[in-house]
Design a protein around this ligand. Structure first.
Ligand code: IPE
Ligand code: IPE
Ligand code: MG
Length: 251
């Protein structure tokens, strides 16, 4: 299996991470360091996102999850929230056709209820248009929080029990995992966080159980294909054991 040729033309993906998730952090600090408004950092962050989606495809990544707005980001000033939502609107309006042409399937995870109707419509349009694409899954975590995602799954299981449709003893990790927002997407192999912060900030905490974490010091607007390759090279040096023993021990 590990030496199998890829099903389609493209790079050899036998050793690389199939699912990379990125906490795109540091837009504000990037801007502050240049005497620019935070909004400019976010705008340049979208340019970095375009580069990285293209690079991910070229590097044979099959699933790319990006953290674009957290459930806790509502605590920012309204003007900044407006800037971030404006950028999401523009990103989908301007880039959806290109993403579709390039075989990218867009998925959105996070809480949709409470978002403005035009944003919901754009997210639905992106998902619908690209539904049959298979080159790269771009999973956009928008208004996303891992604790909220797990609590929602628990609520659905509890409802099934209350309605007599489920035995409590059938609730295990697999059952809960099936009620998370994208149950068909495998757990991330590699989680990258830019800007030097070393925390998950409520991102994919269930799915990250055995992910390799790579923290890079550069701010998100400066992230590019070379930085992604650097993080993947670091991933390749790690030994994943999943609780077992090292693959090749001397004794
Ligand atoms: C990441 O950059 C973008 C979002 C969280 C939406 P930040 O806005 O968090 O930038 P810093 O961390 O303040 O530099
Ligand atoms: C995480 O970054 C959220 C996103 C990248 C969308 P934050 O900047 O919000 O995280 P904290 O507050 O530094 O932990
Ligand atoms: Mg931040």
């Amino acid at each position: 299996m590990s030496n199998a040729a890829p099903a389609t033309e493209g790079p050899d993906r036998s050793d690389g991470p199939l699912h990379v998730a990125i906490i795109m952090d540091g837009n504000g600090r990037w801007a502050a360091a240049r005497g620019l408004p935070r909004a400019e950092g976010h705008r340049r962050g979208v340019e970095a996102l375009r580069r990285v989606v293209r690079a991910a495809s070229e590097l044979g990544i099959l699933h790319l999850t990006i953290f674009s707005f957290s459930a806790e980001n509502w605590s920012r000033p309204a003007s900044e929230i407006g800037d971030l939502f404006g950028l999401l609107r523009r990103f989908i309006r301007n880039d959806l056709a290109t993403l579709h042409r390039d075989g990218v399937r867009v998925r959105v995870i996070g809480e949709r209820a409470g978002l403005e109707p035009d944003i919901c419509a754009l997210l639905n349009e992106a998902e619908e248009l690209t539904r049959a694409n298979t080159r790269l899954n771009l999973i956009v975590a928008f208004n996303y929080g891992s604790r909220q995602e797990i609590a929602n799954a628990a609520q659905r299981l509890a409802r099934e029990v209350a309605e007599g449709r489920r035995d409590p003893s059938s609730i295990d990790a697999d059952a809960l995992g099936q009620y998370l927002d994208a149950p068909d997407i495998p757990d991330p192999d590699l989680i990258i966080r830019t800007s030097g912060e070393q925390r998950l900030s409520n991102f994919l905490m269930w799915q990250a159980a055995y992910s390799e974490l790579v923290f890079v010091p550069i701010h998100w607007p400066d992230f590019d294909k070379a930085a992604l390759e650097g993080a993947i090279a670091e991933y390749a040096r790690r030994e994943r054991r999943f609780g077992g023993l090292a693959a090749k021990t001397g004794s």
